[in-house]
Design a protein around this ligand. Structure first.
Ligand code: ADP
Length: 266
């Protein structure tokens, strides 16, 4: 029956004895599908009115000098919060596209040198204001077969988090290199760090290690959930190492099957 979903698990015990468990998970699967559809539809419907509100607030923001004084701060705050909501909705839509595996564009060789330089450039725009030093070491010509837009969004999320959660004058290192048969992307910072008890749950939607400190960072709480889904779609794994008060290391490992060298392409 094509509308039925079964989960089969096999446990080995004793001398080659096996226990096979077949569970009907159709209801669970349908509920999950309903949740995904609801989030996707709600986000989609919210986007248009919000774009209008945000647009008007931006226009008002451009003419602050003509507003009565008591209005200035409320208009600025509303503009800021509307932008935040726009980011949240954009992230929710990205996440639901990734979750439902809607493939919008095919995988192709991605020039990682170029992609990482773009990410570095955007990170520097934020980080330099905080007096941070951001370095990039990328193995030349090491390309990935993947979806550029998705990879950009995932890797940039990791780098922007390092910038957000590292205090002024901190150091952030971005690395991309071969490792074993595959390749690794790493972002290391000497920022606020994460208590190890939170690490297993960090990629859950809206999970925050320290809500009081992180909500003021302006993030949506969906960044690492997006990272997880993009990496999953690229058969890559995410490792997180961190020490509270010392800093964090986020490492994405890509399999050999996705590597392409520029010479191979030429
Ligand atoms: P947010 O929008 O809150 O940054 P993310 O999903 O990107 O959401 O990250 C989830 C949480 O993981 C953050 O709220 C923060 O507590 C923690 N985190 C992520 N990256 C770092 C980092 N480099 N250093 C310290 N904490 C981090």
């Amino acid at each position: 029956n094509s509308d039925q979903y079964l989960q089969i698990s096999i446990t080995l015990f004793g001398k080659g004895d096996r226990l096979m468990l077949v569970q009907d998970v159709t209801r669970l699967h349908n509920l999950e599908k309903m949740r995904q559809d609801f989030v996707a539809n709600a986000s989609h419907e919210l986007r248009t009115p919000l774009t209008v509100i945000s647009g008007y607030l931006e226009t008002l923001g451009d003419h602050l000098d003509q507003l009565p004084r008591p209005w200035v701060r409320p208009v600025q705050q509303m503009g800021k919060q509307a932008k935040r909501m726009e980011n949240l909705i954009a992230d929710l839509l990205t996440l639901s596209r990734l979750e439902t595996s809607q493939i919008e564009y095919a995988a192709e060789p991605v020039d990682m040198d170029h992609l990482l330089r773009q990410i570095l450039h955007d990170a520097e725009a934020l980080g330099t204001d905080k007096g941070q030093t951001i370095t990039l070491e990328a193995e030349p010509g090491l390309c990935l077969h993947g979806r550029e837009q998705e990879l950009h969004s995932a890797l940039s999320n990791l780098v922007m988090n390092a910038v957000k959660y590292t205090p002024d004058e901190g150091q952030i290192q971005i690395r991309w290199r071969r490792q074993g048969e595959g390749a690794v992307f790493e972002v290391q910072d000497n920022g606020i760090g994460i208590d190890p008890i939170h690490i297993p749950r960090l990629t859950e939607r809206f999970y925050r290690a320290d809500p009081s400190r992180t909500s003021e960072s302006g993030g949506t709480g969906l960044g690492l959930a997006i990272v997880k889904h993009v990496l999953l779609r690229h058969e890559a794994t995410l490792q997180i190492e961190s020490q509270l008060g010392k800093g964090s290391l986020f490492r994405a490992k890509f399999p050999a099957s996705l590597l392409v060298s520029l010479e191979q392409e030429a």
